[in-house]
Every structure is written in structure tokens, then in C-alpha cells.
Write a protein that binds this ligand. Structure first.
Ligand SMILES: CC(C)(COP(=O)(O)OP(=O)(O)OC[C@H]1O[C@@H](n2cnc3c(N)ncnc32)[C@H](O)[C@@H]1OP(=O)(O)O)[C@@H](O)C(=O)NCCC(=O)NCCS
Length: 192
């Protein structure tokens, strides 16, 4: 994985205590992605996380199919310029350690959290919470009354984290995504 500078930010021996977790969380800065270079960094981080996290949840073929569909540079640019999807970057000392993507859902009043990813080395230290707080703030100021998301039924770590962040399961949702693949998810919701 090509995030050498994030290695310097790896969990210190005393990380995991609430004090050090809070310290790292306070160091996280959330900024929107606005240009190609930032989208490329997001793409690179997403590829690393997907290939590390999703084996065992979905097939290697589906991982590559979904990366190609959702994280090629044209798709990311289109999200920003045509789909009203906003990307937030979580930065520590200028290094990208996570990101989220969100935009209006077809269901009026709901903001869809499309993506939430944190570098393996930085997990459990409040980065996702900070990204979701930024999403909630955006939702409130743009008059959305809830945040919804889809998460793979087998993605137990993410489901546990979302529940800690206040989301609740609203039921199963299965979609054909082409290429012979489907997404077998739960819909989750956070009321604001
Ligand atoms: C899910 C993910 C984004 C969480 O990121 P994170 O930065 O580690 O999360 P945070 O440290 O902000 O934790 C947020 C809350 O979730 C809880 N949490 C985080 N990881 C958890 C785990 N593995 N098990 C149980 N709870 C967990 C935390 O305790 C925290 O709650 P608290 O503040 O009340 O203690 C991260 O694990 C990830 O990128 N996973 C792989 C990609 C993925 O599955 N993304 C979701 C796609 S739908």
C-alpha cells in the first residue's frame, strides 16, 4: 500500500486508551475534495482498503468489478460534477487517512452516505465518527432529516461501527449491479 506517511501515524503502544483515541480524533481535519489530485488519492486509498477488507465478504472478482465501477477517476469526477455527491477527506498532518461520500437520496429528505472508509492503520481512533459528524452537519444545514446508507450484510465490523454511531437497521436490500453480481445489503438509517 502506498501510504508511507500514514505508517508514521500508526497506533502508538498506548493507543486504544480513551485519552490517546481522543488525541488522534482531535488531530483529524475534515476537508472536501475539490480537485483531481485529491480524487486520485481517494482512489488509491479505496483500492488498498477494498482489497484488504472485502475478501471473505464478497468475491475477488466482485471487488475488482466494484472498484472499477465506483472508483475510476471518471466516475469520481462525475460524482462531484454531475451527481451532487460530495467527498470529505479525513486528514492527519495533511495525510489522507479516510474519506466519505454523500449526496441526496432518491427518497426525499434523506441524505445517502455512499462511502465511508478509514485507513487500516488509523481505525478505532475516531476518524469515522468525525466524518459522520461532518456528514450530519452538512445534512442538517441542507434540511435533510436523516442519513441512510447500505452496508453488506457480512460486513460485521462496519455494521457494529454504524450502530455505535447511532444508525439502526431498516431491513434488507438486494440489488443487481450487473456483471453477474449483486449487492446483498442492509439499509441503515440515522435520524437527525
Ligand atoms: C467501518 C470503519 C469506517 C470505521 O472507522 P473507524 O475510524 O475505525 O471508526 P471510529 O474509530 O470513528 O469508531 C466509530 C464508533 O464505532 C465503533 N467501532 C469502530 N470499529 C469497531 C469494531 N471493529 N467493532 C465494534 N465497534 C467498532 C467505535 O467504538 C466507535 O464508537 P464509540 O465512539 O462509541 O466508541 C472502518 O472500520 C473501515 O474503514 N472499515 C472498512 C471499510 C468499510 O467496511 N466501510 C463501510 C462500508 S459500508
Amino acid at each position: 500500500m502506498s501510504y508511507p506517511s500514514s505508517r508514521a501515524l500508526r497506533r502508538s503502544p498506548d493507543a486504544g486508551t480513551s485519552a490517546s483515541s481522543r488525541f488522534v480524533r482531535d488531530e483529524v481535519c475534515i476537508q472536501p475534495a475539490t480537485e483531481d489530485g485529491q480524487l486520485s488519492e481517494i482512489q488509491e486509498l479505496a483500492h488498498a482498503i477494498w482489497r484488504e477488507h472485502y475478501p471473505g465478504i464478497i468475491s475477488p472478482e466482485q471487488i475488482e468489478y466494484m472498484l472499477q465501477a465506483g472508483y475510476n477517476l471518471d466516475a469520481l469526477r462525475r460524482d462531484l460534477t454531475q451527481e451532487q455527491i460530495r467527498y470529505d477527506r479525513a486528514l492527519i498532518d495533511g495525510t489522507l487517512v479516510g474519506f466519505s461520500a454523500y449526496g441526496p437520496d432518491s427518497d426525499a429528505g434523506a441524505l445517502m452516505l455512499h462511502k465511508l472508509y478509514v485507513d487500516t492503520a488509523q481505525r478505532g481512533r475516531g476518524c469515522a465518527r468525525k466524518l459522520v459528524e461532518a456528514t450530519s452537519e452538512y445534512a442538517r444545514t441542507h434540511s435533510f432529516d436523516r442519513i441512510v446508507l447500505r452496508v453488506n450484510k457480512g460486513n460485521h465490523i462496519a455494521i457494529a461501527a454504524y450502530e455505535r454511531l447511532g444508525f439502526t437497521k431498516r431491513g434488507p436490500i438486494v440489488s443487481d449491479i450487473g456483471g453477474g453480481f449483486c449487492m446483498d445489503d442492509y439499509l441503515m438509517q440515522l435520524d437527525l
